[in-house]
Design a protein around this ligand. Structure first.
Ligand code: 6PG
Length: 268
């Protein structure tokens, strides 16, 4: 049984017994937001990340989800991407294509991945331009209160250092305000060249999910959710900067990742 609660300003927290239970809850939630978005504006604009998130979404390729989700209305984006060839094992696009997108009926033209033949800087510029065109043509909804897209759902993994997308602790990319997509050539986690959505875009989404599993994430989850004063400011913990201004935030985790949360400790 999951332990769930709503934190006064950190959104909803769902701590699951195991990965099986977490993945069922996650795909149920994705299917629900997909249906609601399509009913509301005829499309579902979903943003993926890399890491274990993709295997946790695997049940979407199985019954009943593969039959009930309206894949033709999906538009797929990435919160971050490694600047490598799309055929490279490090590519987040390849990870999602091999394990998810090739198994369902999303139109290839609705899959918005980066240009893998240019530099990180050019790839970021082109990716932002492509998204701006999609906002202009209203495929992607515009935010009501910022100059940003309002994605229906942004799915983020979280590293044990608290990074989300390719926004790493104390990196200047955390402070980018005027670009939707920025680039790194010095990522502390390899590969070094990446593009990433910036916080203004993440925090303009209608729904944001952070997924964290395993004991190595427990301290970062505690620092991101519980009311703590961080010794060197919140820039040391990117996950703490996930704060949708006008949207919902849900944290999906297993009990290992949630084991240092105040609420989880009190409930034991
Ligand atoms: O680009 C990357 O290096 C990864 O995509 C990374 O950002 C990942 O999302 C987190 O580290 C969580 O990964 P796990 O869920 O596999 O721990």
């Amino acid at each position: 049984m999951a332990l769930t609660w709503t934190h006064k300003d950190r959104g909803e927290i769902r701590v699951h017994e195991n990965l099986e239970e977490l993945s069922i809850d996650l795909v149920d939630y994705i299917a629900e937001i997909s249906e609601a978005s399509i009913k509301d504006h005829g499309a579902f604009c979903i943003v993926l990340s890399g890491g274990s998130l993709i295997s946790l979404m695997g049940k979407l390729t199985e019954p009943p989800y593969n039959k009930i989700v309206d894949w033709a209305k999906w538009y797929v984006f990435w919160a971050d991407e490694r600047v490598v060839a799309k055929s490279h094992d490090d590519s987040n696009y390849k990870l999602a294509k091999d394990n998810l997108l090739s198994k369902v009926n999303v139109f290839p033209r609705h899959i918005c991945s980066i240009n893998d033949t240019v530099s990180a800087e050019e790839a970021a510029t082109e990716y932002e331009f492509a998204i701006r065109q999609m906002v202009r043509t209203r495929t992607v909804t515009a935010s009501d209160n910022s100059d940003c897209p309002k994605f229906d759902l942004i799915l983020l993994g979280m590293g044990s250092d608290g990074h989300v997308a390719s926004l790493f602790p104390n990196h200047p990319a955390l402070e980018v305000k005027n670009d939707w997509v920025t680039f790194l050539t010095d990522s502390p986690k390899p590969p070094p060249e990446r593009i990433t959505f910036t916080f203004p875009v993440i925090n303009s989404a209608a729904n944001v999910v952070v997924v964290a599993t395993g004991e190595s994430k427990a301290n970062a989850i505690h620092l991101a959710i519980d009311d703590l004063t961080l010794p060197d400011g919140s820039f040391s913990l990117p996950a703490r900067l996930v704060h949708p201004s006008n949207g919902n935030l849900i944290w999906f985790m297993d009990k290992q990742a949630g084991s240092e949360l105040d609420m989880f400790k009190f409930s034991e």
